[in-house]
Design a protein around this ligand. Structure first.
Ligand SMILES: [Zn+2]
Length: 283
């Protein structure tokens, strides 16, 4: 018998912002999840957050279940999903951190000079001093007390390569950043073609027919038990954004159009950065 428990770290203020952000409210990093899939005795964690403080709270959350953590699975190479690893692995020295082989170099690249400096500028003094990347998973499956947890390659989401973790015995998917629940989607690193491919990733996710979908970014207390609705809303967000970029003269137009249709989503700073990235200066 398996179960899923979700740890959610709330929106976090960030120290540095993209040029032009002047909404009058402080910029934040989106609320983020780390998901524990557990059996009678053992547990597998999906993603590991970013700051030392939240990773400690995450480790406490895992410890409180009394389960033995065997594995941390990292869905994709963005640092906000795995920089917390050293804290979690210190707390559970038996556990190994893994990702699909093609994700590993991506994660490693986040730990190099300029990229790590970017993350450090957002969260000064709050990140682990000795970050580590996951290593390559051998085989296609993570075994948990006789149940199979299946990494599924989806290609493009807010980065490429991206994956989700399918838990067939629970009709559940731990979705990384393929679908967002109630939070603006990070489109800053996408162009029109990438967003087209992202729609394909949502098709792949939908084909797994999950009942429950835990998004990598969802607010505390979010309803994650209507996967079809979360997938449909993510699809709509991508197509509306595409239309807004097509029709808009500048980032401001895109923000305005998206706020009309999706203004109830959290983390407006994400929308600002995503829109600005579509109109690079001098273009
Ligand atoms: Zn993310």
């Amino acid at each position: 018998m398996l179960a899923i428990d979700v740890f959610t770290s709330d929106y976090k203020p960030i120290a540095a912002t993209a040029p032009g952000w002047d909404s009058g409210v402080g910029a934040t990093w989106p609320a983020s999840t780390a998901t524990l899939v557990h059996g009678r005795r053992e547990a597998v964690l999906v993603d590991a957050l970013i700051t030392v403080a939240e990773a400690h709270r995450l480790a406490d959350f895992v410890r409180a279940t009394g389960k033995v953590l065997t594995t941390v699975y990292v869905t994709h190479g963005h640092a906000d999903h795995f920089l917390g690893l050293p804290v979690v692995l210190d707390a559970f020295p038996e556990a190994v951190a893994v990702a699909l082989p093609e994700v590993v170099p991506h994660a490693e690249a986040q730990l190099t000079g300029p990229v790590l400096a970017y993350w450090e500028s957002l969260f000064p003094g709050a990140l682990p001093a000795a970050p580590v990347a996951p290593r390559a998973l051998t085989g296609d499956v993570i075994e948990l007390e006789g149940h199979e947890l299946r990494p599924v390659r989806v290609g493009q989401s807010d980065t490429d390569p991206s994956t989700v973790l399918h838990v067939p015995d629970l009709d559940a998917v731990v979705g990384g950043d393929v679908a967002y629940n109630g939070i603006h989607m990070w489109l800053a690193q996408t162009d029109s073609r990438a967003r087209e491919r992202w729609l394909g990733a949502l098709d792949t996710l939908e084909a797994l027919r999950p009942a429950r979908l835990v998004a990598g970014h969802q607010p505390p207390g979010a309803d994650d038990r209507d996967a079809a609705a979360v997938i449909a809303a993510s699809r709509r967000y991508l197509t509306d954004f595409e239309a807004a970029v097509e029709a808009g003269a500048d980032a401001r137009d895109v923000v305005r159009a998206m706020n009309r249709a999706h203004g109830d989503r959290g983390n407006p700073y994400t929308l600002y950065v995503s829109a600005a990235a579509q109109f690079p200066p001098g273009d």
